[in-house]
Design a protein around this ligand. Structure first.
Ligand code: GDD
Ligand code: MG
Length: 318
């Protein structure tokens, strides 16, 4: 990839398993430490030398543009490929690639993955081995909810999306490098799943599909519990018990623990205890409230003297 480094970010899914958080916010735009998950990925892409990125949007597509604009603020060129009707992951890649200026290999990210793997090394691996496609892979205890591969050396031999009895625990970690010619083979304006159709078809015809296995931190932020875990993991890495956004006010008698995040401008009252929670921007948590693993939406006032565990406040479908 000596020329322009290009990327596509798949952010068009419905985020069904994230409800109610995703009724009005697409999953990739959910805040993680006060910034959209997508922003964390854009920064990772930029740090790996990627200069242009296309966001492949569909569900609640309008939410992305006002925040990211043309990417100038983030030091990268951003454009938007909007699918009126979702095209699936493969169809989305084909559609988004039309907007790329570069014609070299393309880095493709699932929009809900947080990882510490080296993108630079994955790109170098792809180039050195002259691969058609390189998948970032990781190992998990239970592979049933993921795309599972079997390998011989560095070559992927089989790919199966979400199976009951996975033959290995090595999974698709949701970051690929595709040569442009492989993208151009995906039919246009057609619903295609890269996991269920493109990968199996490439393997069937003997394409060079390689696995870049990495055991660094990896998390699929697929449900609310995973978003809490991601928040806690990032905060714990800083050594602080919690983090707070600008202008937030926490009463000195409140106790905030376990990687909770208090959004900008939020207010936490006296005697409140907040354990592994995400409190939205400008939200108000009154006196003696006791919250565990709970989300409070931006601007929501939850009152005083109450307790809640594994709950959501202020996220409605309207
Ligand atoms: N533009 C667009 N259009 N994006 C889509 C569409 C679509 O039709 N469908 C899904 N996406 C996006 C989602 O927004 C998400 O960022 C990404 O594609 C993957 O979809 P998920 O719904 O999160 O898939 P998953 O988590 O069940 O499985 C995927 O990720 C696993 C790793 O986290 C698969 O790629 C698995 O093979 C993989 O193991
Ligand atoms: Mg996912």
């Amino acid at each position: 990839m000596s020329q322009t480094r290009s990327a596509i970010l798949l952010v068009g899914g419905m985020g069904t398993r994230m409800q109610p958080l995703t009724f009005s916010t697409p999953k990739p735009m959910l805040p993680l430490l006060g910034r959209p998950i997508t922003e964390h990925q854009i920064i990772k892409a930029r740090e790996a030398g990627i200069t242009e990125i296309v966001l492949a949007t569909s569900y609640l597509a309008d939410v992305f543009t006002p925040y990211f604009g043309n990417g100038e603020k983030f030091g990268i060129t951003i454009s938007y490929a909007v699918e009126k009707n979702a095209l699936g992951t493969g169809g989305a890649i084909r559609n988004a690639a039309k907007l790329l200026k570069g014609d070299g290999p393309v880095v493709i990210f699932n929009g809900d993955v947080l990882s510490k793997h080296s993108l630079d090394e994955q790109i170098a691996f792809h180039e050195q081995n002259d691969a058609d496609v390189t998948l970032y892979l990781t190992q998990v205890k239970d592979a049933r909810a993921f795309g599972v591969v079997e390998m011989v050396g560095e070559r992927i031999e089989t790919f199966n999306e979400k199976m009951e009895s996975p033959p290995t625990n090595i999974i698709n970690a949701g970051c690929y490098i595709f040569n442009r010619s492989v993208i151009d083979e995906i039919p246009e304006e057609t619903v295609v799943s890269v996991e269920r159709e493109t990968f199996p078809a490439l393997l069937a015809r003997g394409a060079k599909v390689l696995g870049f296995v990495d055991d660094e931190y990896w998390l699929d932020i697929g449900n609310p519990g995973a978003l809490l875990a991601a928040t806690r993991d990032l905060i714990e890495a800083t050594g602080y018990p919690f983090m707070q956004g600008k202008g937030s006010e926490i009463d000195p008698t409140a106790t905030i623990t376990n990687g909770s995040f208090i959004g900008a401008g939020a207010k936490i009252g006296p005697g409140a205890t907040i354990d592994q929670c995400v409190i939205g921007e400008g939200a108000i948590v009154g006196a003696n409230v006791d919250l565990q693993r709970t989300f409070v939406a931006a601007g929501c006032d939850i009152g005083s003297n109450m307790s809640a565990k594994d709950e959501f406040f202020g996220f409605s479908s309207k």
